[in-house]
Write a protein that binds this ligand. Structure first.
Ligand code: KIV
Length: 275
């Protein structure tokens, strides 16, 4: 079934859990989509898991559009959400609307996500006014890593926790259709989820959220630079890939690959004529 913003809102009302995963290219999007997730986020995490940067700050609009186009081509049913990269929406409302529009117009995404609480309400309002669905993102917002002093759990004192609840309500009022809650205590995420009428999608925010999202390289053990506490390895694809690549190297060096079944034949007469 084709997922839309309405699917997300209905799921919250029905108490049905939503599932999202990240994807960054055509073939992964196709596999993930076929499995039946509600949403695919083309996250700016691609800066770390695909491009090898230490954080997400170097990711550009061009990077995001390039990968979002590929994901859209591989997706039939999931809602594709494009992640607004650092400095694509902070500098002006005009930039925010124009860049958000590029995700829909050039890449074919159905919604965008941006990071921040009350401070980005003007951007959310302007983008929603342009008829572009917006997903919010509060808690550990990786584009603010330099303000946080690292990738740390957020909202673990009463001032910060109250601010997160306020932020969630304010961005809901500004018009977001869902909110990503990243790296916040489970009980706080549960409280926020009860305080808003739109779905919360947690990552490191416990089971009280209305849905979950993970970076696929994390949950398949394909990205091993570090493992956040909240990541569960659902499969060991990294080791499976290593084993496949090693077998390939062994067979090529031993001369057992390619064998006749992987070769094209030529007519013997044609071959003879070449000598
Ligand atoms: O960029 C990303 O993948 C994200 C998720 C971690 C929510 O923002």
């Amino acid at each position: 079934m084709k997922n839309s913003v309405s699917t997300f809102i209905s799921a919250k009302k029905a108490g049905t859990k939503l599932t999202m995963l990240t994807a960054y290219d055509y073939s992964m999007a196709k596999i993930i989509d076929e499995c039946g997730v509600n949403g695919i986020l083309v996250g700016d995490s691609l800066g770390m898991v695909c491009l090898g940067y230490k954080d997400t700050l170097s990711v550009t609009m061009d990077d995001m559009l390039h990968h979002t186009k590929a994901v859209v081509r591989g997706t039939k049913n999931a809602l594709v959400v494009g992640d607004m990269p650092f400095m694509s929406y902070q500098s002006s409302l005009c930039d925010a609307v124009k860049n958000a529009g590029r995700f829909l117009q050039e890449a074919g995404a159905s919604a965008i996500k941006l990071e921040g609480g009350a401070v980005v309400c003007p951007q959310i309002k302007a983008i929603v006014a342009a008829q572009i669905p917006v997903m919010g993102h509060i808690g550990l917002t990786p584009q603010s890593v330099n303000m946080f002093g690292g990738f740390k759990v957020q909202g673990n004192n009463s001032i910060d926790a109250k601010k997160l609840i306020e932020d969630a309500k304010k961005i809901e009022d500004a018009g977001v259709f869902a909110i990503t809650l990243e790296c916040i205590p489970a009980k706080l995420a549960e409280l926020i989820s009860k305080e808003v009428t739109i779905p919360t999608i947690g990552i490191g925010a416990g089971g009280g959220c209305d849905g979950q999202i993970l970076v696929y390289q994390d949950m398949l053990n394909m990205f091993e630079d570090f493992k956040p506490k909240f990541v569960k390895r659902f499969a060991n694809v990294g080791d499976l890939m290593r084993s496949g690549f090693k077998s390939y190297i062994k067979e090529v060096t031993e001369g057992t690959f390619p064998s006749s079944e992987h070769c094209f034949k030529i007519n013997d007469e044609i071959l003879k004529s070449l000598y």
